[in-house]
Each structure stands twice: as C-alpha cells, then as structure tokens.
Design a protein around this ligand. Sequence first.
Ligand SMILES: [Ca+2]
Ligand SMILES: [Ca+2]
Length: 116
Amino acid sequence: MNRWSPIGIKNMKKSHALLAVFAAFVFGLANGFSATKFQQKQFAEGDTNGDKSLTKKEYVAVKLASGKKSAQKNNREFNEEKVATRQAKAFGRYDIDGNGKLSEEEFYASFPARKK
Ligand SMILES: [Ca+2]
Ligand SMILES: [Ca+2]
C-alpha cells in the first residue's frame, strides 16, 4: 500500500499528482535530501497516535505548528485559518494513493516542492 511502485499502475487518475511528487522526489534527490532530518522530526511530531501515517488532522496540525514557529521567527503575521485551509487542500494532493492518510513517503515527497 505504502510503496512507491504499484501506485502509478493502480491509480492512473492521480498521474498528475504522481508526476508532481516524482518531480519533487527527484528534486529532493538532487538536493541530497537536506530536509530529511527536519521531515522525520515533523513526521514523528505530527503522528500523534503513532500509526506511522498522518491523517489530515495530524498533517494540518503539524503544518500549523511549524508555520507558526517560522512566522514568529521571521516576525511575520500568521493567519491560522488561512494556513489550515491551504494545508487541508494540499493534503489531498499529497495523498497519492487516496487512502486519506499520508504515509512517510507521501509526507516526505511533499516537502521539496515547497518554496525555499
Ligand atoms: Ca497518525
Ligand atoms: Ca496515502
């Protein structure tokens, strides 16, 4: 279920999303996975029930937490509601196999696509 290879075959409808993730994945490789430690930390923090996947709620919560932190650090305004809405939408894009949860791979793949 959570492996890379069978996803594209079973879920052709999501090929666009898959392509985006693949591009992000390659981009991540090119960058030497510099964000990996951060990703792992976020995933671990986000996965509050420890089932090795992030529900939408867990995902949004961890994104809100990190967004808030970086906003504070950069002295920027943080619109929690706006960010939550955006992240809830993003969740659907990253959930490649459409099971309503982000596996570690799906979560990590979501990172390199973010603006630096
Ligand atoms: Ca979880
Ligand atoms: Ca999934």
